[in-house]
Design a protein around this ligand. Sequence first.
Ligand code: AMP
Length: 209
Amino acid sequence: MNLILLGPPGAGKGTQAKRLEEAHGLKQLSTGDMLRAAIAAGTEVGKKAKPIMERGDLVPDEVVIAAVAERIAQPDCKNGVIFDGFPRTVAQAEALDKLLAARKSQLDAVIELKVNDEALLARVANRAKETVAAGGTVRDDDKPETVKNRLEVYRRTTAPLIDYYRAKGKLKTVDGMASVDEVSKQIEAALSPFLKAKGWKPKWLTQWL
Ligand code: AMP
């Protein structure tokens, strides 16, 4: 099963992706994490991406698409992938369709985490505060000015994907403002037809079968 989690920065994509990874044996593929790893490793991609990410702008499509193409070919992606933070442009979405088709695979569902912008800014500010309190370092792009730009970039460039996937009949919308558990529940409900079709059973059931 291949899924996309779609939503602005701070919508909770990463949290939900980790839960789905655990529950269904899928692999979370976060292009943001991949790019941060490239920066930390000092690769050419990392050097190119660093100033762009610090501004909260998007790294060029061809860079991100090449990284995803390489990553999904690895064995740990064979059960399926949760795309977190990818695609972010229509060009990336079209490239993903082609990449999956070339692997005789397909996209099953796109989960949109619907949130409101003000609550989101507060949430990201809180994430920064908690990180500092825990003795960690705040991500450069979690600074308030950059978050505003990231939201604008999302509205302008990524939000059109909502209509793109709705037109393909793939879109499932959940309330991203609900509690983490409630959002998980809504996602499981949205995915249940796909899970049933693939013969998946919840852990609590498999131990009795
Ligand atoms: P994230 O951790 O998903 O919020 O991503 C952090 C930053 O990495 C974004 O603000 C972009 O600069 C860059 N980035 C991550 N994923 C993509 C993508 N699919 N396309 C372009 N840029 C990306």
